[in-house]
Design a protein. Structure first.
Length: 396
């Protein structure tokens, strides 16, 4: 006999199922950048950073919503006529929202803007010099405000003539600190992901020292970085790492190649600094992880469709099919949201939908009338959950 599930949880399932998915225009790379946190929550609003077409040019924009169903444009951050992409968001303890992205007015540079009570500040170039900088991450919280990216350092040691390094800068009373390299070794360190956990900042990236790429992890605490440690198996190509933190734990997901098929792997860093054993969640690429105190969600792409699994109550759900799409990004909010890009008749759409709670076991004691009522409610919920177009239905 299945375990009885409290009625309150069941009603929560019904209400969550009734939240409609949102759909609005985006670019082909609207949600690209699996290592980046593209969500933030502040002042009762959920913010989502995307890339949208603006006067024929890809532009970073931020949308906000109070319920996840109705989204409005909060600000276009990219410069008019200049391509911008790969945005990331973080919310500070003071209620401000911080954004970083890549501005392609040149080879590519990291830019930054802040949203306070009066709206978004003007964007400013954050990465120094003229060399390329890309795939930025931003983190905020008790540890302060931090930004990371990978940058190019000219070198004769690498076959392509450059070394890709992970750089870090923090914002203090005097402004942003000079960027420092946190990824020693050559030739390549790419695509950082960052997650604050208590009074420390965790960063991960993938790096090669002339051997297969492996996932590296480092911790910023008390004003300094630890030496990076590898967390993916030796001799196995691993890349595209994504981080999220919740409940005193750090969650990491990446893709690794065992033979020709890429697999999505999950590990958890427990209190005391012990990593769990690697767990293969399924085949696919571009994993993104989101987490709350009660759940962890990992989404990825396989065969042109978004798949996901949910860790809840100590066990993982089966693989779910979220629909046709690419470049998933998962929030670390309640409720949890997944957004992804998919083709449409007009070009490309962004779909935003809630991640429903996994249902396990049977529900004794409901009786036929109760089950019939639940069936009708779910039918209504399914109708309500058909994708709705964002307010206005137009990009900025």
């Amino acid at each position: 006999m299945g375990r009885r599930r409290p009625a309150g949880v069941l009603w929560a399932l019904v209400l969550l199922a009734a939240i409609p998915a949102a759909r609005f225009p985006g670019s082909e790379l609207a949600t690209a950048g699996n290592s980046q946190a593209k969500w933030a929550v502040a002042g009762g609003w959920t913010y989502l950073a995307l890339v949208v077409p603006r006067l024929g040019v890809d532009t970073v924009a931020v949308y906000r919503s109070a319920d996840g169903a109705r989204w409005v444009l909060d600000g276009a951050l990219g410069r008019p006529g200049v391509r911008s992409a790969l945005p990331a968001l973080a919310a500070g303890e003071d209620g401000a929202v911080h954004a970083v992205w890549v501005d392609y007015g040149g080879p590519g540079h990291v830019w930054y803007a802040r949203r306070g009570p009066g709206g978004w500040s003007a964007g400013r170039k954050l990465s120094p010099g003229e060399a390329y900088a890309g795939f930025p991450a931003v983190a905020a919280g008790p540890l302060g405000l931090h930004a990371l990216w990978y940058g190019v350092q000219p070198s004769r040691l690498a076959p392509h003539g450059a070394v890709y390094e992970i750089l870090h800068t923090a914002h203090g009373p005097g402004g942003w600190t000079p960027p420092q390299v946190i990824s020693p070794g050559v030739p390549d360190a790419l695509n950082p992901s960052a997650a604050p956990l208590g009074a420390s900042l965790h960063a991960a990236w993938y790096q090669s020292d002339g051997r297969p790429y492996r996932v590296h992890h480092a911790v910023w605490s008390s004003g300094r970085w630890s030496a990076p440690q590898t967390v993916s198996p030796g001799g196995v190509q691993a890349m595209a790492v994504s981080l999220a933190a919740s409940g005193g734990a750090l969650h990491a997901a990446w893709q690794q190649y065992e033979g020709a098929s890429p697999r999505v792997v999950y590990r958890r860093l427990r209190a005391g600094g012990l990593w769990s054993e690697p767990l293969v969640l399924g085949e696919g690429t571009d994993p993104a992880v989101g987490a709350t105190d009660s759940r962890v969600v990992v989404a990825w792409v396989l065969g042109g469709r978004v798949r996901l699994r949910v860790l809840s109550g100590g066990s993982w759900s089966e693989v779910r099919d979220a629909g046709e799409g690419m470049h998933p990004t998962v929030s670390s909010t309640e409720p949890l949201w997944v957004a992804y890009t998919r083709r449409s008749q007009a070009g490309f759409d962004v779909v935003v939908r809630p991640v429903e709670l996994p249902v396990r076991g049977s529900f004794p004691g409901w009786g036929l009338l109760g089950l019939a009522a639940l069936y009708l409610l779910l039918r209504v919920a399914g109708a309500l959950r058909r994708p709705r177009v964002i307010q206005g239905g137009k990009p900025p």
